[in-house]
Design a protein around this ligand. Structure first.
Ligand SMILES: [Zn+2]
Length: 365
């Protein structure tokens, strides 16, 4: 199995000197695994602002990557954490249930500080599910805003100082870049809804999840508009992206969600689209989807400029040149990602973290 990593090399113009290297993992094309030997791999993706590990487990090694991301909202939604732990235990006992073409990632919490403190927010009072860059889809209603509506419709300035201002948000942004689908588990609405801005794969996934779990299907969250939400951010990157809401704030709804995860994996070819190529809409240039997602998620035309060529080989790697920078797919080797910081103006600044930020380690998985 050959894995690739994405390397971003900053250049001053096309012929300049590389200044910064960033890496992320690309989709893998796996051989058909032996059902009796499905790999189970425990992973640490990084740490929260207060230094707690953000971990997960991968089951299988198929190319259709399905992520279950739980507990974005910390203490008040601790039952989503309990659900993820129960699913982890179940698939540890039954790894052969993960089909040969699927990799199932279960991440019990992306907000361990909020879980420990007992708050919906992260450790500096930002709502991580209002902090993502949702400004590049076609829907203005869900654009990031510092002033947000939250649980019970309470309005507060908890969207963060700017898009993806939080360490945990930056980790999530790079964690699921190569996903076919992400299930962002919350509580306690008792429904499941897809990314807000019209996205067929997200809608199909939400309907399938609703049918198998018994949760009500909603086309969107009924109670108020969610701005800067992880589900909308992922949908805009072409990732099938849904939010199931457990029925209560106490119970993990294990049976309901196990049925839904099993149903989704059983329809993997239909519901977990392969990550292949994407056509950049302004130029009509086709490029590897991971390159496109990385470009789009880390500043897009504002930072890299528009693509100026289809993929070419450069320094031995498949590379897309943009007006200002280029991105290359490179094999395993570099294992760290330096997340980008975004400035107040929303422009990505590819530079070392500010002094009060810590870089996030990115493990090959
Ligand atoms: Zn929530």
């Amino acid at each position: 199995m050959k894995k690739y990593l994405l390397m971003l090399t900053m250049v001053a113009g096309l012929l300049g000197i590389p200044a910064t290297t960033l890496v992320a993992q690309t989709p893998t094309i796996a051989p058909t695994p032996n059902p009796s030997a499905v790999p189970v791999v425990d992973l640490t993706f990084g740490t929260s602002l207060q230094g707690r590990a953000i971990t997960g487990t991968r089951f299988g090694n198929g190319p259709r990557k399905l992520f279950i991301v739980s507990n974005t909202h910390g203490g008040p939604e601790a039952n989503t954490y309990q659900l993820a732990l129960a699913l982890l235990e179940y698939f540890r006992q039954n790894p052969q249930q993960v089909p040969a073409d699927v990799s199932l990632y279960i991440i019990p919490t992306v907000n361990p500080d909020g879980l420990a403190i007992g708050t919906r927010f992260n450790s500096r009072s930002v709502d991580l599910n209002r902090n993502m860059d949702t400004n590049f889809d076609a829907c203005p209603e869900n654009d990031w805003n510092q002033t947000v509506e939250g649980a019970y419709g309470i309005v507060s300035d908890t969207g963060g100082a700017f898009v993806e201002s939080e360490l945990e948000s930056q980790l999530v942004r790079d964690l699921v870049l190569d996903a076919s689908a992400v299930v962002w588990v919350h509580s306690d609405g008792g429904d499941v809804f897809p990314a807000f801005c019209e996205h067929g794969p997200s809608i199909a996934l939400a309907q399938a999840y609703a049918e198998a779990s018994g949760y009500r299907y909603d086309r969107y969250w009924r109670n108020y508009m969610i701005t800067g939400g992880m589900h909308d951010w992922a949908g805009a990157l072409g990732i099938a992206s849904i939010t199931p809401e457990l029925s209560t704030g106490e119970l993990p709804d294990f049976d309901e969600n196990l049925r839904a995860v099993q149903a989704v994996m059983a329809r993997s070819e239909e519901l977990l689209p392969l990550v292949t190529t994407t056509v950049e809409s302004t130029t009509n240039i086709t490029m590897p989807t991971l390159l496109w997602r990385y470009w789009r998620a880390h500043g897009g035309p504002d930072f890299f400029g528009l693509p100026i060529s289809p993929v070419v080989e450069y320094q031995g790697w498949p590379t897309v040149f943009f007006a200002e920078q280029h991105l290359s797919l490179v094999p395993d080797g570099a294992e760290r990602m330096q997340p980008a910081m975004r400035g107040e103006g929303g422009l990505a600044l590819w530079q070392a973290y500010l002094l009060d930020q810590r870089s996030t380690s990115y493990q090959v998985r």
